[in-house]
Write a protein that binds this ligand. Structure first.
Ligand code: COA
Length: 208
């Protein structure tokens, strides 16, 4: 696995308007060209790097129990990388917030395999209307199979269709997997390190 390169000359950081709620982990979104209004019963099948097929769709209120179960299967390490600290259980308020999205300003995508959630990715539009914060978590057993990469592309397509230009994330500096996904996504991006956190800004504007 490659490391994260230092920002290239001129790869300066775009000023942020305000601190983002990095740990509120809003919505996921997905699927290349996926419709933002894709409901829980719809979605697309995608192939992982090992050829396994998983189903990607928008999250819905009926996913509450599956989301709790998914979270309970995560390793403590994955939880820390996602929530920046121990978080063994999702509160009822979190489950409510995570499973209720509007498909425009808050988008959340899930990947399913054999009737279980195996990944969740989401974005929340910030008060800067052209910017949204993304967050990802993949079941430990499914990490390294391309899911994070696929979900980022789907989220970017959905975000772009709703007028979002920049996807941002605050990621622990040690989280090379997440940073590699951002690095390899093909978007113009900046990485700005502050102490233990890397702030990433990806410009998802379509190439001209
Ligand atoms: C970070 C995360 C979302 C990435 O999703 P993923 O499906 O594992 O990522 P991908 O399979 O698309 O791979 C991305 C990169 O990480 C590498 N990678 C992923 N899992 C790996 C593993 N278990 N061992 C070694 N490398 C791994 C891939 O090889 C790839 O690197 P490359 O581009 O240099 O080849 C996922 O690993 C995860 O949920 N981690 C815990 C929670 C977390 O960190 N969330 C992010 C909070 S901002």
């Amino acid at each position: 696995m490659q490391g994260i390169p230092a920002p290239a000359p001129g790869d300066e950081h775009r000023p942020r308007d305000e601190p983002l709620a990095a740990y509120e982990h809003p919505g996921l979104s997905a699927s290349g060209g996926a419709r933002a209004d894709t409901g829980p019963g719809e979605g697309v099948d995608v192939a992982l790097t090992d050829g396994t097929s998983v189903h990607v769709r928008s999250i819905g209120p009926d996913d509450a129990d599956a989301l709790r179960a998914f979270h309970s299967r995560l390793s403590p390490e994955s939880i820390v990388l996602r929530f920046f600290g121990p978080h063994p259980r999702l509160s009822d308020a979190e489950v409510e917030r995570f499973t209720h999205v509007d498909g425009v300003d808050r988008v959340a995508l899930v990947a399913e395999r054999a009737a279980q959630l195996v990944a969740v990715a989401r974005y929340d539009r910030s008060t800067a209307r052209d910017e949204a914060e993304v967050a990802f978590v993949v079941d430990d057993a499914w990490q390294g199979h391309g899911l994070g990469t696929i979900l980022l592309q789907h989220l970017a397509n959905t975000a772009r269709s709703h007028g979002i230009r920049y996807l941002v994330a605050d990621t622990l500096s040690e989280n090379f997997r997440m940073l590699n996904v951002f690095r390899d996504a093909g978007f113009a991006r900046t990485f700005t390190r502050t102490s233990e956190v890397m702030h990433v800004v990806m410009d998802i504007a379509p190439p001209t």
